[in-house]
Design a protein around this ligand. Structure first.
Ligand code: ADP
Ligand code: MG
Length: 376
């Protein structure tokens, strides 16, 4: 990779890549020990890495134009702030888990949109992790690696994220979505061949980054925990849709009641979508996506005006289904359309944004792609 050569004046020892992801359905079900259905994008973070003689690590990012040095003493939570914390955090999690890791230089390039709910942070962390594994000549099994990356985010970076994003980034395969059970940690590759079904999945970035949503996420998490406590279950995963009317009748707090309803119905929608995918009936999953959006908007209250406008415009333009993807408070929407209607659907959203004075959105059609790999 050129950036590595430009920065360090030598060739890297290897190049690794790890993708961003779209979550098709199953939002905020992960920490309720439920189901999610992400797939990997072709947009990814590429990390070139080379062993170095001097102790410590150096990382350069094309995106920030900065080079940051990380020393042994930085391998404790909070020591490195800003974007390089994602690298220091992975190194810390590895050392903390007892791995002997090599001193090395990294150069990073990415085309995953940042802060858009496509998980650029996890694709960055997973790319660094696989690079260190490659140079260190050790290999950590999938879910264990995902848990290490979760520690990076939760403890080092300080973001209360679950296990979905890094599991997707590490374990997804091309042409499939990943059905992930966040309790048993079992994964199943579910075929998702959009093109041969004459379908496209439009991903449209509303350009409303979810920057200050951490407090909101924490509040949603607390409401879910409260709901589980009232209902006497370990997690909301343990409530099925059939039990929902009875369960809701036990909850006096209207906010908690609506949060519970979102999680329980969303968990059922993921399973329904998987059943349709397994049967090759992807198009019919559209209404599940739209129902998921309504639930996020009305019951979980994690959408914003731009996101709702985009979903409504996509549906008016004839999409089979549409929803916000990611943790909420901005970011991207997805819309399932016929292949030839992806562009006109995106233009319908552009028009709706212009009419409301919102900044122009960006869009692309998603290709379910491979998880983390070594490129060179
Ligand atoms: P998301 O994961 O949804 O994209 P986050 O806020 O969790 O949003 O992560 C975005 C942050 O990840 C950025 O602000 C930046 O600190 C870091 N990041 C991601 N990719 C890169 C990169 N290529 N170079 C430097 N920092 C990056
Ligand atoms: Mg992130």
């Amino acid at each position: 990779m050129n950036l590595f050569v430009e920065t360090y004046g030598r060739q890297p020892d290897g190049v690794w890549a790890s993708p961003g992801r779209v979550n098709l359905i199953g939002e905020h079900t992960d920490y309720n020990e439920g189901f999610v259905l992400p797939f990997a994008l072709h947009q990814r973070t590429v990390v070139a890495a080379g062993r170095r003689a001097a102790p410590g690590w150096t990382v350069r990012s094309r995106l920030t134009g900065e080079t940051v040095h990380i020393g042994r003493s930085d391998l404790s939570p909070g020591a490195v702030k800003g974007w390089a914390a994602y690298v220091a955090g992975v190194l810390w999690a590895l050392v903390d888990a007892g791995f002997a890791i090599p001193d090395c230089d990294f150069a990073v390039e990415s085309d995953v949109p940042l802060g858009a709910g496509l998980s650029s942070s996890h694709s960055f962390e997973c790319a660094v992790l696989t690079a260190v594994e490659g140079l260190g000549d050790f290999s950590i099994p999938g879910i264990e690696a995902a848990k290490l990356v979760q520690r990076t985010e939760n403890v080092y970076v300080g973001a209360a994220t679950g296990l979905m994003d890094q599991t997707a980034s590490l374990l997804c395969t091309a042409g499939h979505a990943l059905f992930f059970d966040c309790r048993s940690l079992e994964v199943e590759q579910v075929p998702l061949d959009l093109a041969s079904d004459g379908l496209a999945l439009l991903v449209l970035n509303t350009n409303t980054p979810h920057t200050h949503a951490d407090g909101e996420y924490a509040e949603r998490r607390r409401s879910c925990e409260r709901g589980a406590e009232i209902l006497g279950v370990r997690a909301l995963r343990d409530i099925g849709v059939a039990d929902l009317p009875e369960a809701l009748a036990k909850i006096n707090d209207d906010v908690v009641r609506r949060r519970v309803r979102h999680v329980v119905t969303e968990n059922a929608r993921v399973q329904d979508a998987v059943a349709l995918f397994r049967a090759g009936r992807v198009r019919e999953a559209g209404p599940l996506l739209t129902a998921s959006h309504a639930s996020m908007r009305d019951d979980f209250e994690i959408t914003v005006a731009q996101v709702d406008t985009a979903v409504e415009a996509a549906l008016r333009a004839g999409a089979y289904g549409s929803r916000m993807t990611g943790g909420g408070f901005g970011g991207c929407i997805i819309a399932l359309t016929d292949t030839e209607k992806a562009g006109s659907t995106a233009r319908a959203v552009e028009d709706a944004f212009a009419a409301k004075g919102f900044a122009a959105p960006e869009w692309f059609t998603a290709v379910p792609s491979a998880g983390a790999t070594r490129l060179l």
